[in-house]
Design a protein around this ligand. Structure first.
Ligand SMILES: Cc1ncc(COP(=O)(O)O)c(C=O)c1O
Length: 420
């Protein structure tokens, strides 16, 4: 975990401006400003390497494919196509799906109306659209120093001044540091947060921090982008209500069907103030014209059959048992001096090696000698600079419990060799 001194340094570090404002070229092409840092996702290249034969991969945050409700979705699709050819047509967002999302939000403790729901092609597109809406090129954003790489990529082309906030795997985002930033004159376009089942830290914010964050947003008229991609996946009792349940103006909520149904359906949603809807519509139209109507009809049919509540209950049981299998295996097979957290939601466990160790080097060794993979912490460093070099993320959802022990045993051997 970070020391207090390190936290203060991170909180007070000058805004990070990337080289994106410089002109860049690719071969004989002069590229748009903002392209300098868009050099491809480190995670994507890792997926390729970690997917080799015989490799047990804890690297990528995939939902378990064997748990997808294929039979029910196939039935829904078979009923859909002959009866509803419009599901293959260009289409405005499906009204019934918005109503169903309102019900889903109610199950999450959030009251909203269909007019406040905007359907997207996933939470990733939602981050992109809200950034287009609120962030000027070169503008400031408040974001945790360790954060989902996809959010960083969505912001990169605006060459933002990243105001990196201290965070950790036990208590999450440091709200006092955010308050200090704002009091000292920062004027960010928004704060991006993952309060429940954080990717990559696995942590969920406690209720005090949730309340403090919302109070801050109100006091400074600061929009918070609440990314709740994992909010339905809680394992030890009911999930904490999202920030949006505490404030229906400054909190812009992002939801996703990817982790509770299937990512290939590419469906997510925004819950936001109604007055933002026309501009969001115009922005989405410019990006991809329309919603993928077929996916949305399919999801609506699945939801109408009551399938989702059953499916999410199953995912919670199964993922909780995979989490527990991984925690037990870590305790059994990892050498002393290595620590990790116990997430109550989401798909990830965050591991910290002794400082000075390099998780990327460990990955090279673990892949070569033990055939096991994870994601090094540096992939999630908002301000780069070697932050999180001694940390890594393990995903427990994509590996059946009986394989988890074998994978963590192999990784434990690689860690012990690395420490030695
Ligand atoms: C925190 C977070 N937000 C958003 C996404 C993207 O979600 P979607 O598949 O809905 O675009 C992910 C995917 O892993 C994620 O971890």
């Amino acid at each position: 975990m970070q020391t207090d001194t390190e936290k203060t340094q991170a909180a007070c570090a000058p805004p990070q401006r990337s080289r994106e404002s410089e002109a860049v070229a690719e071969g004989s092409f002069r590229l748009a400003r903002g392209m300098a840092a868009m050099t491809g996702s480190r995670l994507r290249s890792l997926i390729g390497r970690a997917a080799g034969p015989g490799v047990i991969s804890f690297a990528v945050g995939l939902p378990a494919a064997e748990l997808f409700p294929c039979g029910e979705l196939a039935d829904a699709a078979a009923g859909l196509l002959p009866a509803e050819p419009r599901s293959l047509q260009y289409a405005v967002p499906l009204a019934i799906l918005k109503e169903q999302i309102v019900e889903l939000m109610a199950a999450r403790g959030v009251a909203c109306r269909p007019e406040q729901v905007f359907i997207t092609s996933g939470a990733q597109q939602a981050v992109d659209l809200v950034a287009r809406l609120l962030l000027d090129p070169g503008g400031e954003v408040l974001i945790e120093e360790t954060v989902y790489e996809g959010a960083l990529m969505a912001l990169q082309r605006y060459s933002p001044a990243v105001l990196a906030l201290p965070t950790d795997a036990r208590r999450g985002l440091d709200v006092e540091a955010a308050a200090a930033r704002l009091s000292s004159g920062a004027r960010p376009a928004f704060l991006y947060a993952i309060p429940s089942g954080h990717n990559p830290l696995g942590v969920s914010l406690g209720s005090d921090r949730r309340r403090a964050l919302v109070a801050l947003a109100r006091a400074h008229r600061l929009p918070i982008l609440e990314d709740d991609a994992y909010g339905f996946l809680s394992y030890d009792g009911p999930a904490a209500a999202p920030l949006r349940a505490l404030d229906d103006r400054w909190v812009i909520y992002l939801g996703s069907f990817s982790k509770i149904l299937a990512p290939a359906l590419r469906a997510g949603w925004i819950v936001a103030a109604e007055e933002l809807m026309p501009r969001l519509s115009a922005l989405k139209h410019a990006v991809d014209l329309d919603t993928p109507a077929f996916s949305h009809h399919l999801i609506a049919a699945f939801l109408a059959g009551g399938g989702l509540a059953r499916h999410v209950a199953r995912l919670r049981r199964e993922y909780a048992s995979r989490r527990d299998a991984m925690l037990a295996a870590l305790a059994d097979h990892f050498p002393s001096g290595v620590s990790w957290n116990r997430p109550t939601g989401g798909l990830f466990i965050w591991v910290e090696l002794p400082r000075g160790m390099d998780a990327t080097l460990l990955l090279e060794g673990a892949l070569a000698t033990e055939g096991v993979a994870f994601t090094p912490g540096e992939a999630f460093a908002a301000a780069g600079g070697g932050h999180n070099r001694h940390c890594f993320r393990l995903c427990f959802s994509a590996t059946p419990a009986e394989q988890i022990d074998d994978g963590i045993r192999r990784l434990g051997r690689a860690v012990a060799a690395h420490l030695a």
